[in-house]
Design a protein around this ligand. Sequence first.
Ligand code: ATP
Ligand code: MG
Length: 505
Amino acid sequence: MLACVLSAALVGVEAALVRVEVDVAAGLPAFTTVGLPDSAVRESRERVRTAIRNAGFAFPADRITVNLAPADLRKEGASFDLPIALGILAATGAVADGRVGSFAVVGELALDGQIRPVRGTLAVGLTCRRSRIGTLVVPLENAPEARAVDGLRVLAAADLCAAVRLLNGEAPDDAAPAPGPAPAAADDLDLADVRGQAHARRALEIAAAGGHNVLLVGPPGGGKTMLARRLAGILPPLTGDEVLEVSTIWSVAGLLARPGQLVTRRPFRAPHHTISVSGLIGGGGPPHPGEVTLAHLGVLFLDELPEFQQHVLESLRQPLEDGRVTIARARGVGDFPARFQLVAAANPCRRGCPSLDRCLCTPGERGRYLGRLSRPLLDRIDLHVELPALAAADLGGGASAESSASVRHRVLRARERQWERFRGTGLRANADMSARQARRFGAPPPEAERLLAQAVSRLGLSARGHDRVLKVARTIADLAGAERLAPEHCAEAIQYRGLDRAWRA
Ligand SMILES: Nc1ncnc2c1ncn2[C@@H]1O[C@H](COP(=O)(O)OP(=O)(O)OP(=O)(O)O)[C@@H](O)[C@H]1O
Ligand SMILES: [Mg+2]
């Protein structure tokens, strides 16, 4: 008897449909799995055999052949256990054969027949909807995640017996709750705690308003890490589609706080400076997503930037430019979204001297430290901010600084102007504009053009640096509620490129 069950394999951060074909034929007892399975899939034979018996069904003493099609797609993990088991039960008549073909099924089996949660259910749900498969059978814990996909019927089962009853139409669909948002984390990181540093606070607000990359340079203990960690608190919330986009990635990476709990806050990833290229960009075979992809639509914070290995920093260049990473390995190609906002912090020199003009390091030492940050990398960072050491007066008591909530309010107004302007273009923020779009949406007046031309020669800005100044100027105008770019918007944007010159000197 032949039975066929639909399932899905994860490819990068998406899911591809897989047909699980099960043939049970007379012959010496054997159980073979073909179709490019990895070791976890091959081991599923033992789990499936034991789970079927322990759930109270008869396991056929025949020759069982399982084929996972298409055969050229590599299959990973234990999520094929449940479709294989249901295929065997359909081939032996325990499940009504006519029904299994109309469902997609994912789930890992425990030896006692319980169904364990799997990674990437959201991606599987989205693929089912695209392929017009009406019903998806998932482990109970993954049900809220799959139910986030509109227009998909989700059946959830806690164990193999429950799955069989569902497929035979003997049990009503359970009415498990829709996905709950993550409980609002008590956010105690507020900008009100940061004293002084008005220049850096302003830069952070501009960065949040336009999605720009920012580099904070300053002496130890001045508040760089403190400020950077408060960026997430002033960013606009994720939209409904963005929640699905980010949650799909996190679900595939197995990082959801609980299976089924969607990511509703913008990601904030802060990897340590000892991270490798494959940890940051993604890698392995088949390729898995790295930190840049986990930071998609959120913030990637690289503290102590010059301490990262140089080739690791250089690997950021492609995702910073394209908002995606493509990783080719012998065992597959991964193409991952990576539209993140980079926030970096650095001391001006290895000794951490108070400022550039009071630095005890020789120019050679400083050059070696800062020289790890290549020109192409600096070029991709829109806002360079130098923080001074805090004055004693700043540290005293007195009124606290402006709170994150009130800064976020201005950021949101500026973003709303951008959404209005970019309607139908697919752009989300000023930082995403191409050079041509930057000119179309923010052509500078002649006076500002002159300022820009001077900056290009004085600071030695590249063409990319010039375009990025223009985008920052557009954000500054949006924060000011101005329709047209004015010279003062460009002038302010230019002063955030100061380190181009100072660092190269
Ligand atoms: N501007 C500030 N306002 C209030 N507290 C501050 C400020 N700057 C620093 N502090 C205090 O100093 C601590 C260290 O600050 P932070 O870690 O942000 O410094 P940093 O600039 O990142 O230093 P390093 O270069 O050594 O990493 C903070 O936890 C905070 O208590
Ligand atoms: Mg720090």
